[in-house]
Design a protein around this ligand. Sequence first.
Ligand code: NDP
Length: 398
Amino acid sequence: MNKVMIIGAGGVGAVVAHKCAQLPEVFGEIVLASRTLAKCEAIAAQLPRSIKTACVDADNVPELVALLRAEQPLLVINVALPYQDLTIMDACLEAGVHYMDTANYEPLDTAKFEYHWQWAYREKFEQAGLMALLGCGFDPGATNIFTAYLAKHYFDEIHTLDIIDVNGGDHGYPFATNFNPEINIREVTAECRHWEDGAFVTTPAMSLKQSFTCPEGVGSYNIYRMYHEELESLTANFPTLRRAQFWMSFGDSYLKHLEVLGNVGMTGIAPVEFNGQQIVPIQFLRALLPDPASLGPRTVGKTCIGCVVSGVKDGQQKTVYLYNIKDHQECYAEVQSQAISYTTGVPAMIGAKMVLQGHWLKPGVWNVEQLDPDPFMADLNAYGLPWTVVENPDFTLV
Ligand code: NDP
């Protein structure tokens, strides 16, 4: 019986648990472990079959190793926070368990969005005969695989990549984040980097925007260029790329709140002293904001996330757009979560399935675009995230 351990019982962890529970033939046994046992139990109570729950501090390697040795899963699906990636990788190595995650390791005190800490584990995983699969959510994750799929089936050589992440959802709050607020705000306030002619070019955060009209009537939104971690691995794995950019939609109210919060210092990640206590402003802000997991019932509208790739095929220049559209309320009806957690959790479940079924299983540390995109793409259609390809779309991007 294939046994997996999901670590992290937040918005994404809940979706991964639901989707794995729906596939008993692949995920024979499931353990959901997190810092707060009550959150694991609340998720377990929603599921169609019984799973085990456990309490673990994923910052603590010996504690993780003890749990892994006791449970002996084949694979850990890490959907805790990026701060725990390395401790969980260390524990997997010690206990002989395959590893996967949806976000690159982040040190607590600096926002980096870089893979080098995890890539440095390559030899250790290879020597142990274990696999570490990195960044298997939607972006990173599905977007990397979309790029690999287009490169494989539509082009001889790819030259430009624009990843466009639109969330047309409305939760009715003046300000809330759709996934972990600390990680989300770190991402959005970081300087922008995009790939241009062989190097990353840095520009101020949110300094370039354009309007983008989503297909299938999802609507028109302002999208802003920002840095996103998949640009690092994609430009390394597709060296013919001359330009690679990531765009995300933001509403005016979100940006106004973020500007004010930034101006008063509430988005800082360096500790400040308050009444004799060290407080990290962004962590305090997180405590005030709505829990992303609570947005599910009140979020309406759709997400539209995809990749626009241009390049050459048989000597001809062409552009292809590959995207998924997902309705927030449809996600809530299925797994009691909004679409941001859903679009992250489903690719994580499929990535785990790819490893357990052997399609992707190989020792070492891998980014998802390095593996065969075809079985993953087929499973996206089968498990809730159908996609569409448009050749030579009728829009042009900046
Ligand atoms: P949440 O904050 O909702 O959930 C995080 C969970 O991890 C919580 O249950 C939390 O426990 C648990 N956790 C935190 N620290 C520890 C610890 N030391 N030991 C054990 N458990 C811990 O985040 P999300 O579910 O929104 O995001 C999960 C991950 O998914 C993040 O890494 C995020 O960056 C990534 N992500 C990736 C996306 C992609 O497309 N690739 C998109 C969205 C998210 P507690 O409940 O006690 O706080």
